[in-house]
Design a protein around this ligand. Structure first.
Ligand code: SF4
Length: 75
């Protein structure tokens, strides 16, 4: 599948969910150390890929090292 456009952190929905491209840079108190998109159940990127789709942001790729407040650990 072709890569999707990268989700902009300034996108209104991204901002509403506190999305950041680097989880280590967020100051959001809901962030737990080690949580990033790769270990979120909504992430659909391939293992090792730098970017991948997220079910919450249709049509965009999020950063594998990113994070937002909707993070849910993979089951
Ligand atoms: Fe990343 Fe999960 Fe938030 Fe999507 S829902 S941006 S995969 S932390």
């Amino acid at each position: 599948a072709a890569d999707l456009p990268h989700l902009s952190p300034s996108d209104p929905t991204a901002q509403a969910l506190g999305y950041v491209e680097d989880n280590t840079k967020t100051t959001n108190p809901k962030h737990k150390a080690g949580d990033d998109c790769t270990n979120c159940q909504f992430y659909q990127g391939k293992a090792g890929a730098a970017w991948g789709p997220c079910q919450l942001f249709p049509g965009k790729d999020v950063n594998a090292k990113g994070w937002c407040v909707s993070h849910q650990p993979k089951a």
